[in-house]
Every structure is written in structure tokens, then in C-alpha cells.
Ligand binder design. Structure first.
Ligand code: GAL
Length: 821
């Protein structure tokens, strides 16, 4: 167990961090413990383990966040589902093998943690906050049930004051994952954090503040803070609340004090004014902290810090979405929650790495499909500048899978939405709530009523953000006015129907809540190069020419075209930013496929070609000039091998072995010719291809070359981080490429690589982005896929140096040192 300082916002200066967080762990009324270490874990059902005297010495010792299923092994029988996926237009049921990732997550398991919370003394309050537990968590403290939840994605807190002991406490949490409960890999276990919070008998509860900024202009912002105060004794007399707003430099910019009385109904409102506010946006993620101190007379009872941002959002008929008065379209991606080879177990550096990649692509928004995000992701989005659509459900009352949320809806939907909103409503990154994804209830008579029920809860709990849902049944949703009731009508995969929908929608605005679903495998190129729907090949891969998609979906260019031509379409959320475990469409029935092909970035975190297509459109600040495909195709000599270039330059000239193959310019002939430069008829000859890009005035401004690779010769290692924090959690992602003697990546290399970490670090995981690979992420060896893979190493708690060495038969071993501080 470690005492922590509440949370680290990198947007705030070190100075502010020091001032705000050091010392708050102890002595100021509030102490928060993160229960990370020394958990005992066992799969199976052990109801008797709630007994504090239970002997768990034979159980595995784990650190949480922990995903019990990620070590596999993969098996097509794990949660195989005989289903008809109506959403995919299937007419009959068939056996889906890798739908939920082929990992052994189904079943029961128990976790136990023995801890001492020194801050807890008689008369104090204690609460446990669980950021998400997969699933049906039942929580026991010192042998007694203290509470439970059902939905594995939501945060919940429990008051454990009555059952807490001064000294040793034994916490036991039982979990259960049902088969056929998900459409993707859900993860398993205590995959998010568990906090124990000790406060005075009078204190601010979990999620006890709600900050809004009702007036924002250049000169000032009005900041309204509602703070709840709970007193065990029920006595509020003599209490006062002092709130200070601090900017990112650590300067106090506003303060207010309020005396409390019982008449305030435990919730106290303060109005503050911040002069010359520094607004939050993805480009300027400015944050403020409201530090609220609760006094009884002169004695400090509690100190509670809420990070927030000042920004305005507006969604207007015909005009669309504006942030701080500036109209913009969402350049967003949908992501599932898993972190590839780490499974569902959250890790801040893994999340940050994802956001760094997405930022470089020009992405400014994320949809947390189709469930509540980890708080760490929301914080990172605040700090790094991403707008969030926080989503709740993939199902309401009508099921998509036989053991899904439909069973929980009646009892839990309101509680789940309330917690989702309370946990995330102070975060400036959150710009809309989503109450559901492709719920089949769209087509039912009751659907509209459920929609209204959920939307009203959102409005009640947070009137400042609109509500959306991702709809797939365009006709039904329009005919029965389901779509007309939503604050923001979101359509999945309907770019060619936006016009029709717009005419019938009173909101006069549409969101591309889910778009594209183009499929590809990194580094795989199939011939002939033609657009294809649900195309399958014998090797279970999809082509990276980015022309393959699903029955219901499109290529990126089609969506771009509609987004560019329709003002009232407020942006898109591409399915998906990253490949994820499960849903290996189009190979849903073809084991060993068990992870998705939809990602712009593969499961290992390596950008596919499509990354550069989005980057060329979404990131005008940085030049993009990317050539598709690689140029090593022994046996294709003389055969048509198209070359595509993804670039934000308007035109370019292609040279093959120094001979010009002509110049191409973007043009409006087709959706692809608008966004790609394509040489469709060139023939392969080994050597070198070069593109020279021209600016709008026809001046050559940039060039890029791709060479034919020779035989695998050595390994090149590149790390995303040069130094790590010596906290036992920080991660570096090291891309290993198999290259020829000249350093050109061998695009078909499949060498089996072995990893060894020495010094102050440990090997954590590996992935190669191959959706068919059954090699296990946690073992220190894997075959390269298309010449590459990514190794994850973790720091220890000792500062020093770690060395990663990567070896393979016949190749020179590569070594990479990383410093840890
Ligand atoms: C959508 C669905 C997503 C995912 C996607 C694949 O219909 O909302 O969860 O299944 O299709 O294209």
C-alpha cells in the first residue's frame, strides 16, 4: 500500500503540484491510499475468502491494475459465440471464435488485500473508490459485505466507515465474468485502481464538487462551485468553506469564503470570478485547480482539489459545433479500453503513448466506446488536449449478446449514468455524453421513452453538456422520431444519408458518431488493388491499400468528402484509433484471428499506412508525405503494383529507379482522388521509388524514398522514451525492426526475437500487430510481423539504468539502454 498525492496533472506546474499535493496525503483531514501492491489473487470461487482469517498464502501475489486473462493462452473456444450479428447484416447465426479475443476471461475470481490505513482513527470516515472492476464486483471488508456493483466499466464508491478497523483491515473482492456478455475483449479483474479515502467526520464526499463556468468572455469567467459536505453528526453549524482558484503557474486567481448552515441542504454554492481566463482547448489545454478547504471554526477539516478548465461549447443548428466561439469539426477516433498486450489493466504511460500518437495524427477527440473511461484517460485528455465523448452503454433493454447489459438495465441504468456524470463532469475535455451505441431499442416503440429517460438524467446531473447516441438504424430512428429527440443525432456509417437525415431532423445538425471501419493489416498489401467489401484472404489478413471495408462501412475518403461538403455535419469519430482485442471482422468466424483490423494504429501501437492518410487531412501544421506500399516484392517483377501517396501537398511526382512515372494532383473526380495521390498502373521493379512533392505554386518542396530491402541483417531499436520515472510503473515502448545491411526494414521479416532486460527495469510485454498471432504477450519472445514488433519495458522503483537486449538467430543482437530517474 502506498500513500499518494491525489493526482498528477502535468498541465499544472511543478510549483503548483508541490503546493497543492505535497502534504495533503497526511494531516489536512484527508488521506488517500492507492491499494496497488500485495494483492493476493486466485481464479475460482472462494466465498470463504471474505473471512479475515482465510489463508491466501498459496494465492498468486499481484499488483493492480491487473487483468487476469491477458496471459492467455488464446483459444478459439474461449467465449466462442454462436450468434447472428444483426448490426452486421447477418441473416443467420454462425460460430464466432475470436469475437471477445479468445482469452480466458470468463469465470469467477477473488482478490484479497490486507492493509493498514494509519490515518484512520476512531471518529474518522472511510470510503473505498473503485475505478472499475470486471465484473459484478462484490466488496467485503473484515468479513462483512460492504457493497457491490454490476457493470464492470463504471466507477463506484462505498462508505466503509462502519466496517473499518484501526490497524489491520482485510479487503476481499469477488468478481465474475459471464460468457456471451460482450462484443469485444472486456478484460478481467481489478483492471483499474482501488482507493481508500480517509476523512474527518465532516468532509467533502467522493465526487463532491461540481464546477461550471456559466459566463465566459475575454475579460472574465464566472466560476460556480457546488460543494457537498457530509457530517456524520449532522451538525453543520460553525462550518465554513474557503475556495481558492489557482492557475497553472500556481498563482491564486480567485478566492471565496462561505459560512455553512444546515439550511443549505449539505450542498453549498460559491461564485468566483477569474479575470482574463486562459481558455481550455485541445490546442491550449489550460487548467485551473479549485482548492476547497472546509473549516469548523478555525480547524481545517478537509481539503479537496478539483481540477477544471474554462471553455465554452456550443452546438447550433446548421452552424455546428464551436469551442470558445470558434467553429470546428471533431477529428475524432473511437477506442475500446484495452491497451493491446497489457490487456485492460490501465497504465498511465500506456495511455499517454496512445494520446501522443493520436495527437501527431491531428486527432482532437476520442469517443470512449462503448463504456465509461478510466479516470486516468480523462485526466490525460484534460492535460494533453483531447475532447471526449464519454459513452455509457452498448445495450439498453434489447440485447445484442445473451448476457449483456440488457439484464442490468432496469436496475442499474440510472445509477450507472449518475456515476458516469459525477465522476467526469468537472473535466473540460468532456464535451458530450453518449447514452448508447447502436442500441436495437432504436427500432422499438419503447426506445424513444428510454432515450428520454436517460437523456433527462444526463440533463439533470449536468445541464452543461449535450447528449448523443450512435445510431445505426437510420430509417427506424428517423421514422419513429428517436433521432429527433436526441440533443445531438449521431449516426454510425451513414455519410451518404446525411443529407436525407438532415432534412428530417429538427436539430439541423449531425455527428458522424462512428465512421469508416476500414480494415487493414499493417504492412500487408494484396493484389489486384481494388475496393472490396468483407474481403477475406487465406492468410486472414487485410490489405493496407486502405480500400477494404465492411458491408456497413466505408473507406476514410468517403467520410472526408461528406464532412468537407456539409457544414451541419459536426465531425467524425473513426472506428477505431487503435486495434483492439476481439472483433476480428471480416474474420469473425476464422480462428486464429482474434484482434481487430479496424485500427488506424495496430495492436502493438505501430501506425498503419492509414495513419498518414488521416494525418495528411487532420494535421495541417505538419507536412505528411507517405508512400504506400513498401517496395520489396520478389516475384512481382513486371506486375502492376500501384503506388499511393498520402500527403498534405497538392501534387507529387513519382520516380521508379529515377525514371518519372508522372505527376499526380489531388482532384475531385472521386473521393479517393480528393485525398490520395495514386499511380494505379505502375509495375514493380526492384530498386528505389521516390516521390517529389510540389506546393501550390508547383515548387518542389519535399521528397521521400522507399527502397527494396535485402536479407535480414541486424535489429534496430527505437524507444518512445529516453528516460523513465523510477516508480515501478512507467513504461517505454521500444520498436524493434529487422533491417538489411543498409538499414532498410525487411518488410516480410518474421524472425523470432528474444528479449532480455537487465538493470533497473523489467520486461513487461510484446506485440507485433498480427491479428492472427497466438504468441503470448507476456513471454519474452515473439516473431516479428512485417519486419517489426514493439517491446514494453517497465521501470523498477530504483533509479538507475535498464538495458534491453534483443537477439535472434542469425542477426546481430541489439542493445538499448534507458535511464530511470
Ligand atoms: C459498429 C459498432 C462497433 C463495431 C463496429 C465495427 O456497428 O458500433 O462497436 O462493432 O461496428 O465496424
Amino acid at each position: 500500500m502506498n500513500a499518494i498525492k491525489i493526482s498528477l496533472y502535468r498541465g499544472l506546474s511543478i510549483l503548483l503540484l508541490a503546493a497543492l499535493f505535497c502534504g495533503t496525503a497526511q494531516g489536512q483531514g484527508r488521506t488517500e491510499y492507492l491499494l496497488e501492491k500485495n494483492w493476493k489473487f486466485s481464479k475460482g470461487d472462494f466465498p470463504e475468502s471474505v473471512n479475515p482469517a482465510f489463508d491466501d498464502s498459496k494465492w498468486e501475489t499481484v499488483r493492480i491494475p491487473h487483468d487476469w486473462a491477458i496471459k492467455g493462452p488464446f483459444d478459439g473456444n474461449n467465449d466462442s459465440q454462436n450468434v447472428q450479428i444483426v448490426q452486421n447484416g447477418e441473416q443467420t447465426a454462425s460460430l464466432k471464435t475470436g469475437r471477445t479475443g479468445g482469452l480466458p476471461f470468463v469465470g469467477k475470481a477473488w482478490y484479497r488485500n490486507t492493509f493498514v490505513a494509519p490515518a484512520f482513527t476512531k471518529g474518522k470516515k472511510a470510503a473505498i473508490l473503485i475505478d472499475g472492476a470486471m465484473s459484478y464486483p462484490k466488496v467485503f471488508l473484515n468479513g462483512e459485505a460492504v457493497g457491490h456493483w454490476a457493470y464492470g466499466y463504471n466507477s463506484f464508491s462505498i462508505d466503509i466507515t462502519d466496517k473499518m478497523r484501526v490497524g489491520k483491515n482485510v479487503l476481499a473482492i469477488g468478481l465474475e465474468n459471464l460468457p456471451e456478455a460482450s462484443r469485444w475483449y472486456p478484460g478481467a479483474g481489478l483492471y483499474r485502481n482501488v482507493h481508500v479515502i480517509i476523512t474527518d467526520e465532516v468532509s467533502i464526499p467522493v465526487w463532491g464538487t461540481y464546477i461550471t463556468t456559466p459566463v465566459i468572455n475575454k475579460d472574465f469567467a464566472r466560476v460556480k462551485i457546488r460543494t457537498q459536505v457530509n457530517s456524520l453528526s449532522g451538525n453543520y453549524n460553525g462550518l465554513s468553506l474557503q475556495t481558492t482558484i489557482v492557475n497553472a503557474k500556481g498563482e491564486t486567481v480567485a478566492t471565496a469564503t462561505k459560512k455553512l448552515t444546515t439550511e443549505d441542504l449539505n450542498e453549498f454554492e460559491q461564485d468566483l470570478v477569474v479575470r482574463n481566463p486562459e481558455l481550455w482547448s485541445p490546442e491550449t489545454p489550460n487548467l485551473y485547480a479549485a482548492v476547497t478547504k472546509l473549516y469548523a471554526g478555525n480547524s481545517l477539516k478537509d481539503e479537496y482539489t478539483t481540477t477544471f478548465g474554462i471553455r465554452s461549447i456550443k452546438y447550433e443548428a446548421e452552424k455546428g459545433f464551436s469551442l470558445n466561439g470558434v467553429y470546428r469539426k471533431f477529428k475524432g477516433v473511437c477506442n475500446h479500453h484495452d491497451l493491446g498486450p497489457l490487456g485492460a489493466a490501465i497504465n498511465v504511460s500506456a495511455l499517454r503513448r496512445q494520446l501522443v500518437l493520436l495527437k501527431d495524427m491531428g486527432c482532437d477527440a476520442i469517443r470512449t466506446s462503448h463504456n465509461m473511461p478510466a479516470p486516468e484517460l480523462v485526466k490525460l485528455c484534460d492535460e494533453m488536449g483531447f475532447m471526449l465523448m464519454v459513452e455509457s452503454f452498448d445495450e439498453w433493454k434489447a440485447p445484442k449478446v445473451s448476457n449483456g447489459y440488457s439484464h442490468l438495465f432496469d436496475e442499474w441504468a440510472e445509477k450507472d449514468i449518475v456515476n458516469m456524470i459525477h465522476a467526469n463532469r468537472n473535466n473540460p475535455s468532456v464535451v458530450m455524453w453518449s447514452i448508447g451505441n447502436e442500441v436495437p431499442d432504436q427500432s422499438t416503440k419503447e426506445g424513444g421513452k428510454i432515450l428520454k429517460f436517460l437523456q433527462d438524467i444526463c440533463h439533470r446531473e449536468d445541464p452543461t453538456r449535450p447528449v448523443t447516441a450512435g445510431m445505426d438504424r437510420l430509417k427506424d430512428a428517423l421514422d419513429n422520431n428517436f433521432a429527433a429527440v436526441l440533443d445531438i443525432p449521431g449516426f454510425n456509417y451513414k455519410p451518404f444519408w446525411y443529407g436525407e437525415a438532415y432534412k428530417r431532423l429538427p436539430q439541423e445538425m449531425i455527428l458522424g458518431s462512428e465512421t469508416a471501419s476500414t480494415v487493414s493489416s499493417r504492412g500487408v498489401y494484396k493484389f489486384p488493388v481494388v475496393p472490396q467489401k468483407m474481403k477475406m484472404y487465406d492468410d486472414n489478413q487485410s490489405s493496407s491499400y486502405d480500400l477494404e471495408y465492411c458491408n456497413w462501412s466505408q473507406i476514410p475518403d468517403d467520410e472526408f468528402m461528406m464532412q468537407d461538403s456539409l457544414k451541419y455535419v459536426i465531425g467524425e469519430f473513426v472506428w477505431t484509433g487503435f486495434d483492439y482485442l476481439g472483433e476480428p471482422t471480416p474474420y469473425d468466424e476464422k480462428w486464429p484471428s482474434h484482434s481487430s483490423y479496424f485500427g488506424i494504429i495496430d495492436l502493438a501501437g505501430i501506425p498503419k499506412d492509414r495513419f498518414y492518410l488521416y494525418r495528411s487531412k487532420w494535421n495541417p501544421e505538419k507536412p505528411t508525405l507517405h508512400i504506400v506500399p513498401h517496395w520489396t516484392f520478389p516475384g512481382r517483377e513486371g506486375k502492376v503494383t500501384p503506388v499511393f501517396v498520402y500527403t498534405n501537398y497538392p501534387s507529387a511526382e513519382l520516380f521508379i529507379n529515377n525514371k518519372s512515372r508522372g505527376r499526380q494532383s489531388k482532384n475531385k473526380a472521386t473521393s479517393t482522388s480528393r485525398y490520395r495521390l495514386m499511380w494505379n498502373n505502375v509495375k514493380y521493379e526492384p530498386g528505389e521509388i521516390k516521390v517529389v512533392a510540389y506546393d501550390g505554386n508547383g515548387k518542389p518542396v519535399a521528397e521521400q524514398t522507399v527502397k527494396t530491402a535485402g536479407k535480414p541483417h541486424h535489429i534496430v531499436l527505437e524507444s518512445d522514451r529516453k528516460t523513465l520515472m523510477a516508480d515501478g510503473k512507467d513504461l517505454a515502448y521500444i520498436t524493434a525492426s529487422v533491417v538489411d545491411a543498409n538499414g532498410t526494414v525487411c518488410p516480410d521479416a518474421e524472425n523470432s526475437l528474444n528479449f532480455k532486460v537487465t538493470g533497473q527495469g523489467a520486461y513487461k510485454a510484446v506485440a507485433n500487430g498480427d491479428p492472427t498471432s497466438l504468441e503470448l504477450f507476456h513471454l519474452p519472445k515473439m516473431k516479428a510481423f512485417k519486419g517489426k514488433l514493439v517491446i514494453t519495458v517497465q521501470s523498477t522503483e530504483q533509479a538507475g539504468k535498464l538495458n534491453l537486449s534483443v537477439s535472434a538467430k542469425g542477426l546481430k543482437t541489439a542493445v538499448l539502454p534507458i535511464e530511470t530517474r
